[in-house]
Design a protein around this ligand. Sequence first.
Ligand code: CA
Length: 116
Amino acid sequence: MPENWRASVSVGGSPGADDTVSLREWLAINGMAEGEESSDLDQDGIPALIEYATGADPNSFNANAVVVTLIGGAFEFSFKKSRAASGVDIVLEYSTDLNLWAPGVPIGTIDMGGGD
Ligand SMILES: [Ca+2]
């Protein structure tokens, strides 16, 4: 059924198979255990959970997994959304005091393709 379709990790898709990689599987593949989602093994400032969501390698320094740019008084966030992490929703939040956080209001989103 079409509502069950989603973008595949592989070019040409993966009919009849699920190519989703759960967070638990991804942590194990990358030498981490559950509970280490906040770890930063490669010390690039990007926690493991964000690297999972963006398809970045948690064992390879990549400070550009999320790029934040201030344009005309608004922040622009650029990142890939991993197709393998299909159970993850990326929600941007903001805070004025780093204690209370609220969802940001997106002006728009642009799908640039190329997610892994
Ligand atoms: Ca990292």
